[in-house]
Design a protein around this ligand. Structure first.
Ligand code: ZN
Ligand code: ZN
Length: 137
């Protein structure tokens, strides 16, 4: 991965967080944040992509839970299979997971492999975990 790609990913990640991490204004400026769980610190929901909430209810979670012991093949979050992945653009759900054209199955795919068509601002799970870890310090 090129440096530029990494940087632009980080920028996106920060953008998502500034979109979702809104501390209550009372605590914002000078006072240190109370050391509660990170999920309580964050007033607005965390997003994994544009308009896509990180929550078990939304079947989009960072860790295994319930019957979801394996991550989504495409986005690596837990709670759904790749056919119903909430982190990719809806029209690509059910398409071939290699080339993202929908007229064949991926097992028969002979086309060039393409990056998944993630929604705008998609934050990879590894990056989100890093950020959550930072917030927990
Ligand atoms: Zn997914
Ligand atoms: Zn294909």
């Amino acid at each position: 991965m090129s440096v530029n790609k990494v940087l632009s990913n980080q920028e996106t990640t920060l953008k998502i967080l500034s979109q979702s991490v809104r501390y209550q204004s009372v605590h914002s400026s000078s006072q240190p944040l109370p050391s509660q769980s990170v999920y309580k610190k964050i007033a607005a929901p965390i997003m994994t992509a544009w308009n896509t909430v990180l929550s078990k209810e939304n079947k989009n979670w960072v860790n295994p839970f319930g019957n979801f012991t394996k991550p989504c093949f495409v986005c690596k979050y837990y709670g759904h299979s790749f056919q119903e992945c909430p982190n990719i653009v809806p029209k690509y759900r059910g398409a071939c997971v290699r080339c993202w054209i929908s007229d064949h199955q991926s097992t028969r795919c002979r086309r060039t492999v393409r990056d998944p068509p993630f929604k705008d601002g998609f934050c990879p799970r590894a990056d989100l975990l890093k950020i959550l870890h930072e917030l927990c310090k």
